[in-house]
Design a protein around this ligand. Structure first.
Ligand code: IMP
Length: 426
């Protein structure tokens, strides 16, 4: 079996774009399985920077087939903009990009409802990306969503669209929002959806065929474990399963097909939006981790541009993620950012209400009063040299990597120390 999955082990933004791009070099097919345009994967190729939101990062490799799986909520407007932005910059996507007929559509009203719901929550808002992700998954689970297969018959699609928009406008009015212009919205969306119809496919059958043909399939997770609707810091999470299980239900491939689970762990922690973050820093240390925003890979949201909250590496989170995903290939990213510090801290346990635990608790509010138990490790205070193996790193940097591996009881598959493909040690 040649199916692997790649998942984030923190709150997203672990540098998945770069590692998917590297792994895609050994893949024939890359599949997005959950989430939607809330994701932002940055890939740097020489002077060219690509910010991908919906389309799998594998699109940057000429011969890779890219699939948006059934578990994704795909916004036609964002998708068509993204395809347009890639035109002329990557090999033609026709014939190598497919969109599941079972995937749900994010409609303009889902974005309005997202913003209105956040506004109502006020200071306890989740800090969503306002891409309509939650409301679209609500409709999916409520069994009232619109799937891409419905776009195959545009007349029927129009009918379904009109009913759904009328219902949504009623709710928008109730919530104090401005209802959408029905005619204009319908014409705009129908036009875009019509143009995307050639990409709609039965991707479940297609992926099974690829596996039978022994093609190498990479399931590209979005967000990260701590944003998983079951295993993350609920309710400050996204609305899908961002873990390896979501790669399975969101692609239609069976769990028995999965050979490797690549887990991505940034060498420190960041999160955007609200919610608990036990190892969060403020002041100068946070600024050093975040960067100034001058570089694409600084800690500012790819989708929203928001500055990310930053803090020390949390190994309680990492172990929780390793367990629920079954990670067997560990990739550490952005090690170079730690080169600025004299010493480094890693959190190995939490003290909550006088009790020490190294299991991640279900109760997000208990984390507000959690005291991280830190271990201090020496920094290396120099630029990391171009190297191909972990053993070639400066001693303190190799120690840092090895401490993570020891805590998680697994080997390290790669260490990334810069945004370029070549800035990676194996
Ligand atoms: P939503 O997915 O837009 O509903 O947002 C829910 C939470 O997940 C918010 O805290 C977002 O900031 C966060 N989130 C969603 N997508 C990403 C991502 O790709 N990276 C990091 N955080 C994300």
């Amino acid at each position: 079996m040649t199916v692997s999955a790649l998942v984030g082990m923190q709150w997203g933004d672990e540098g998945k774009g770069k590692i998917v791009d590297i792994l895609a070099g050994n893949a024939d097919v890359v599949v997005r399985c959950q989430g939607g345009a809330n994701a932002g994967h940055t890939v740097v190729l020489g002077q060219d920077v690509f910010a991908l939101h919906l389309i799998p990062s594998g699109i940057l490799r000429d011969d890779v087939v890219c699939v948006i799986g059934n578990g994704v909520v795909a916004d036609p407007v964002r998708l068509s903009e993204e395809l347009e932005g890639l035109r002329g910059r990557v090999k033609d996507v026709d014939g190598r990009f497919f969109l599941s007929d079972r995937a749900h559509m994010v409609m303009p009203w889902h974005k309005s409802l997202d913003a209105l719901a956040e506004g109502k929550l006020g200071s306890s808002s989740i800090g969503t990306t306002k891409q309509g992700i939650g409301p679209t998954y609500i409709d999916k689970v409520k069994r009232s969503g619109i799937r891409w297969n419905q776009a195959r018959d545009i007349d029927n699609f129009r009918k379904r669209f009109q009913t759904a928009l009328a219902d949504a406008n009623a709710v928008i009015k109730l919530l104090g929002g401005d209802p959408m212009d029905e005619r204009e919205t319908e014409e705009r969306v129908v036009d875009i959806v019509g143009k995307l119809r050639p990409y709609i496919a039965d991707t479940v059958a297609m992926l099974h065929r690829f596996v039978r043909e022994e093609k190498r399939v990479l399931l590209e997770g979005a967000q990260g474990t701590m944003l998983d609707v079951d295993f993350g810091t609920y309710p400050f999470v996204t609305s899908s399963n961002t873990t390896a299980g979501g790669c399975i239900t969101g692609s239609g491939l069976p769990p028995t097909a999965l050979r490797d689970v690549h887990g991505l762990l940034k060498a420190f922690t960041s999160r955007v939006g609200s919610g608990p973050f036990p190892t969060e820093l403020d002041g100068r240390e946070a600024e050093l981790l975040r960067g100034t925003g001058a570089n694409q890979w600084d800690e500012f949201g790819t989708t929203t541009g928001r500055p990310r909250r930053c803090g020390w590496l949390d190994l309680v989170v990492a172990r929780h993620a390793a367990r629920v995903n079954g990670v067997n290939r560990l990739h550490i990213t952005k090690l170079d950012i730690l080169s600025q510090f004299d010493e480094l801290k890693v959190c190995t346990a939490y003290r909550i209400g006088g009790q020490e635990t190294s299991d991640f608790p279900a109760d997000s509010w208990s984390l507000e009063d959690c005291e991280p138990v830190y271990e201090t490790l020496p920094g290396w205070k120099c630029d990391l040299p171009a190297c191909k193996a972990v053993a070639e790193l400066p001693e303190a940097a190799a120690n840092y990597v090895n401490r993570i591996a020891q805590f998680l009881e697994m080997d390290v598959a790669s260490v990334s120390y810069g945004p370029g493909r070549e800035q990676t040690a194996f």
